[in-house]
Every structure is written in C-alpha cells, then in structure tokens.
Design a protein around this ligand. Structure first.
Ligand code: CMP
Length: 139
C-alpha cells in the first residue's frame, strides 16, 4: 500500500555531510521525498516532537541533541513506506543495526543515531502534520 512516513536526518548526520548519501538511499529504496525542509529545531519544538518520551531518562539529552544543529525533515512516500524506512534505518542502536543500514553507516550510538523514522502509520500522520502545512504537502 502506498503510504507516507516522516524521516529526520539528525544533527550528527548533517554535521558529517551525510545528507546526500541518506536521501539517495531513500530514493534508491523507492521512498520518494514529497516534502523536504532544512531547519533548526528549538528545544521546545524538539520536546513537542518527542513528547511520548517525556518520562524517559534520556528525554532531556535527546531533545538538547535534536536542537543542537540543523536537521533535514522529510516526508517520504512509497509502498509500505513506514516499514520500508525502518528496514533502511536499521535498529535504534547503531551497534545492533544490520550492515548496509543507514544507522550502521552513519550512527554513533543509541542517542546519536543519524536518522529518525515514524514507527507506525498513525505516528507518521501525527509527525507529518507536526512539521508540514497542508500547502507544503500539496493536499
Ligand atoms: P528515534 O528513532 O528518533 O526515536 C527516539 C529516540 O530516542 C531514538 O531515535 C534515539 O535517538 C533516542 N533513544 C532511544 N533509546 C535511547 C536510550 N536508551 N538512550 C538514549 N537515547 C535513546
């Protein structure tokens, strides 16, 4: 089924000049960028985005990291986009990510893990609407 997912190229990957490589991996996997923005999140925007993790011990450090530099936020569209993107990214912890995945190639540790991808169609809907207006989404 054709669906959309939200991806973020995180500050660590942007700093490493990995934007081009990562977007190319999405395209080669049949995940078409249909909306893209480079931005710097404020701490409060990062806190809103990761609100479901508010009670986790890593919440403050995760949101500080996400606000530490520019990111690229994308809506990717393709067949089974949520699942496909999670396969492409690999496990949350780059040390456990399969060879050939984005996190294995560009992640440093479980926190500085290069990319984010929505974990379900429902989170994708919420996350896409968090960052993009209907005009940017062409709807
Ligand atoms: P992401 O896919 O963006 O979703 C939540 C993020 O929290 C995750 O990637 C990691 O960057 C971070 N995260 C998850 N688990 C941990 C952990 N145990 N310690 C630190 N950061 C974590």
């Amino acid at each position: 089924m054709t669906e959309q997912t939200l991806a973020i190229i995180k500050p660590d990957a942007v700093k490493k000049d990995a934007i081009g490589d990562i977007i190319s991996r999405y395209e080669k996997a049949g995940l078409k960028p249909v909306a893209v923005r480079m931005m710097r999140m404020s701490k409060s925007v990062a806190e809103g985005f990761y609100a479901v993790h508010r009670q986790r011990p890593f919440f403050d450090s995760l949101t500080t990291f996400m606000a530490s530099g520019p990111v690229v936020v994308l809506v990717l569209e393709g067949k089974d986009a949520v699942k496909r993107n999670r396969e492409l990214m690999g496990a949350t912890d780059p040390a456990k990510a399969a060879p050939g995945t984005i996190r294995a190639a560009h992640g440093t540790n479980i926190e500085f893990n290069a990319v984010h991808g929505s974990d379900s169609a429902e989170s994708a809907r919420v996350e896409i609407n968090y960052f993009f207006s209907s005009m940017e989404l062409g709807v």
